[in-house]
Ligand binder design. Structure first.
Ligand code: HEC
Length: 171
């Protein structure tokens, strides 16, 4: 019990440092914390992480599933990571490196049948499609997935949003 208290305080400090300084997350977040907050950018690792529901513990979900207003295959539910939540709370127009969204695609069924993901891998002085890694597959094994930085198909439509965020959900 005695050693639990310092451990809890340590974890709390780690999280507050991380959440208040997302742009320095690389230096304040250890590997496990990083893995649970920022989706992997390697394609195979990302697919694995999605299927293992790596986003569930720390990401903030939309209140309910809803019909997509974009070309995202029917019913969807989007999750925001803590970096993005923090940026939105601070009303930043340009999100920090590490901001990310995961979108569950239900494709008309009752279970998750695919995913769309965006991860901000760089932060340029102005908003830029190339700062975002885009991923989308209409199956869970990533067959024929769209995957890459600044993919025109995705970015062209998402450029209408707030630093490429189109969902209207605000924490
Ligand atoms: C024709 C427009 C359009 C295109 C093309 C498009 N999207 Fe979207 N996307 C939307 C809209 C509208 C939303 C928000 C409403 C919703 O939930 O569907 C959205 C939401 C998302 C979200 C949740 C975060 C956010 O920005 O709201 C992700 C992640 C996403 N799209 C990824 C992608 C990826 C990856 C591609 C390319 C393979 C892509 N989108 C192509 C219109 C588009």
């Amino acid at each position: 019990m005695r050693h639990l208290i310092p451990a809890t305080i340590g974890l709390f400090c780690l999280l507050t440092t991380f959440i208040s300084l997302p742009s320095q997350a690389h230096t304040t977040c250890d590997e496990t914390c990083w893995a649970n907050v920022i989706p992997p950018t390697n394609k195979a690792k990302l697919i694995n992480w999605l299927n293992n529901k790596g986003y569930k513990a720390n990401f903030l979900p939309e209140p309910a599933r809803h019909q997509s207003t974009g070309p995202h295959g029917g019913v969807v539910k989007t999750y925001y990571n803590p970096v993005l939540v923090n940026d939105l709370a601070a009303r930043r127009k340009r999100f920090s490196k590490g901001a990310a969204m995961v979108k569950e695609l239900f494709l008309g069924g009752n279970t998750v049948a695919g995913y769309a993901v965006m991860v901000k891998t760089d932060r340029s002085p102005t908003v830029k499609a190339g700062d975002w890694l885009f991923y989308e597959a209409f199956d869970t094994n990533g067959q024929g997935a769209f995957y890459g930085k600044g993919i025109q198909l995705c970015a062209g439509c998402h450029s209408a949003g707030k630093d490429y965020l189109l969902s209207t959900f605000r924490p």
